[in-house]
Write a protein that binds this ligand. Structure first.
Ligand code: HSE
Length: 300
């Protein structure tokens, strides 16, 4: 069987709505092969096997089928063994990992008919925006522009001097719901605010000079509307700031919150924030992660 691993991703990073993303060292695994007939999907992890579909409705399979149809290629049958470690519907790119992984796997079975750029384009089309899928496929910190069925992107490796602490609530917020709360139009002052902050964010992450991150992750496009879905958002945000976070933002469409931390401060930060969260939000999952700079990797 072939096997790939696909990273979780954190999108937007606050001010980079729909265009900035970072891949994380937290992975789903997809093992796959063509068979003599039928579709067999085995979900091997205990967490998602209870609720993710293991038939034609499975998102990985749907992405594979999309690419097979696009290429006019018809496998006799398929077997997929899936191990999902990325929390679902928490703003950590679980659906993008399925789409990106499914496209990549299908492309492998077809002898790599499509280039990475073409896969990125298909992935953005299926997901509706390019931030998570680009980071999942290319790895690192990614900037992407998806327009008119074409994609322009850049991927930049991030050293382990920058860590991410994920504060993952025990409840879900769907991207559909989180997007439906956003205004259709914004005043010019909010647009220019976000252009300035997202530009500063890109400069900070490319230069490795993190002193402006606290300001740079601030935004007026989505976080002011989405924080209402996160219990205790402001209190938790303030604590993260007091404990030394370089910046804290809502990951993708939420509800996970992410604090960016200087590498050497990470262990202390995690200890402090765990203690705080244990008191008021004991069911949240706190994780310290490094950036994944590889994107999708072929393991077998
Ligand atoms: N950029 C997307 C959003 C990420 O904020 O809605 C979630 O999929």
């Amino acid at each position: 069987m072939h096997e790939i691993r696909v990273p979780a991703t954190t999108a937007n990073l606050g001010s980079g709505f729909d265009c900035l993303g970072v891949a994380l060292q937290l992975y789903n695994h997809i093992a796959f092969e063509e068979t003599d007939g039928g579709l067999e999907i085995n979900i091997l992890d205990n967490v998602t096997s209870g609720f993710l579909p293991s038939d034609e409705r499975n998102l990985i399979y749907k992405a594979m089928k999309f690419l097979f149809d696009e290429a006019g290629w018809h496998p006799k049958g398929l077997r997929l063994n899936l191990t999902n470690n990325i929390p679902v519907t928490r703003g950590l790119g679980s659906s993008s990992a399925c789409i990106a992984g499914g496209l990549y796997a299908a492309n492998m079975l077809m002898g790599k008919k499509y280039t990475q750029r073409e896969l990125l384009c298909f992935a953005a089309r299926l997901e509706g925006h390019s931030d998570n899928t680009t980071a999942a496929i290319a790895g690192g910190f990614t900037v992407s522009v998806y327009e008119k069925e074409d994609i322009f992107y850049y991927s930049h490796p991030i050293k382990d001097d920058l860590k991410l602490v994920l504060l993952i609530p025990d409840y879900v917020v769907t991207t559909k719901k989180a997007r439906s709360t956003l205004p259709g139009y914004y005043p010019l002052r909010d647009v220019s605010f976000n252009i300035a902050h997202a530009s500063l964010l890109v400069a900070s992450l490319l230069s490795g000079d993190y002193e402006n991150l606290l300001c740079a992750v601030d935004d007026r496009i989505h976080q002011p509307y989405r924080k209402a879905f996160i219990d205790g958002y402001q209190k938790i945000y303030n604590k993260c700031k007091n404990y030394g976070a370089l910046g804290t933002y809502i990951s993708g469409s939420g509800p996970t919150m992410v604090s960016l931390i200087e590498g050497e401060d990470a262990a202390f930060f995690v200890e402090d924030i765990r203690e705080y969260m244990q008191k008021g939000y004991p069911d949240w999952d706190i994780r310290l992660l490094d950036v994944d700079n590889d994107g999708i990797v072929e393991l077998a």
